[in-house]
Ligand binder design. Structure first.
Ligand SMILES: *Cc1c(COP(=O)(O)O)cnc(C)c1O
Length: 358
């Protein structure tokens, strides 16, 4: 039976990408070798790195304005690398706390400078995106989490400010168009919406944020990787290659704007059912709902039916729908690679569940 993969991360990848990735494990291009056993300095892999960087820029419309890096250490390492590289001890960066990942970013940032948390939605278990706060113009940057993977909220508009935005786009990279002129740095762990775990895409505006004065360990210094085109040491060859395959697929699908329309359609289908169905209710404020991770819980009085719904999902081949422990209920991650058909299977099961138990 076909499985419908709603896992939050590592997560679904496009079928053609998986097929090409599998082929490359046996034989990469014309080399007669596996991609797993070739030099990261071979001309074949050098060209993968170059194409991966240019395709990322192209998909987001970055022009030639950003350095594009494929690093290791996960998005979690960017929580500190951003500040280590770009914030002096006597400078201030401002953060908005919209969930677990923002909280972790704030914790790491505090080691390197003054961190002001401008707003937080912790008071309501991160079920909404704070708005209406003022961004002080002397802040070096404002750190935002584009999409809150765990709580199912998404930033649908940037705050009004000239302060450069540093953004964690781990779970919504390439899912929607952006205005590159607002950003100083964008980072994204690959394993949500781009590729396998093992690499992190980091895009740094050229002549953007001024470098901090501190002495930085070579591997943690962005300049090291900028100078060496992400190949100062052995980069994660296979994850980067699979990211490239996904980005080629994205281009074939019509690019990020086409993907955005598809994502809006899939999310509308699912949220309409959540709102219509008497068994469920959404977990996040409507205006802040994520197009990538839809969180929903059992409606009042229906809480003891959770496991019945999960077994219906299981019978339909639906995988990875159980909610994160900090929200409970259910979370359907409907990333770029998810077909509308899989969302329809889920909404069908929701209707069946309502007919049986409602
Ligand atoms: C998953 C996730 C992270 C953590 O990524 P790692 O690569 O595991 O460090 C950070 N931010 C967001 C928004 C995420 O979804």
């Amino acid at each position: 039976m076909k499985k419908h993969n709603f896992y939050a991360g590592p997560a679904i990848l496009p079928e053609p990408v998986l097929r090409q990735a599998a082929e490359a494990v046996h034989s990469f291009e014309d080399m007669g070798l596996s991609i797993l056993e070739i030099s990261h300095r071979s001309k074949q892999f050098t060209s993968v790195l170059e194409e991966a960087s240019t395709t990322a820029s192209e998909l987001l419309g970055l022009g030639d304005d950003f350095h594009v890096l494929f690093l290791t250490g996960g998005a979690s390492s960017q929580f500190f690398m951003t500040c280590m590289n770009f914030l002096n001890q006597d400078e201030t960066a401002v953060y908005v706390d919209t969930g677990t990942w923002s909280t972790k970013a704030i914790k790491e940032a505090k080691r390197f400078g003054n961190i002001d948390v401008l707003a937080s939605s912790a008071d309501k278990n991160y079920s909404y995106i704070p708005k209406g706060y003022d961004v002080p113009s002397n802040a070096k940057f404002i750190h935002l989490t584009g999409n809150n993977t765990i709580f199912g909220t998404q930033l649908h508009a940037l705050p009004q400010t000239d302060v450069p935005v540093v953004c964690d786009m781990s779970s919504d990279i390439f899912s929607r168009t952006i205005d590159p002129s607002r950003y100083g740095l964008i980072y994204a762990g690959a394993q949500k919406n781009l590729g396998p775990a093992g690499t992190t895409l980091v895009m740094i505006k050229k002549d953007g944020l001024k470098k901090a004065d501190r002495d930085i360990a070579t591997m943690l210094d962005y300049d090291t990787h900028i100078k060496k085109g992400s190949a100062f040491n052995t980069p994660p060859v296979y994850p980067i290659y699979v990211c490239l395959l996904t980005m080629r697929w994205l281009k074939e699908q019509g690019g990020v704007s086409a993907m955005e329309l598809r994502n809006e359609e899939k999310a509308a289908l699912l949220y309409d059912e959540i709102d219509r169905n008497v068994m469920f209710k959404g977990a996040a404020a409507k205006e802040d709902r994520s197009l990538m991770n839809a969180t929903f819980i059992m409606n009042d009085g229906k809480q003891d039916l959770e496991s019945e719904f999960l077994s219906l999902c299981d019978e339909a081949g639906i995988v990875g729908i159980k909610g994160h422990r900090s929200v409970g209920g259910f979370r359907a991650s409907i990333y770029n690679a998810m077909e509308k058909e899989s969302v329809e299977i889920l909404t069908d099961v929701m209707r069946t569940f309502e007919e049986k138990f409602g």
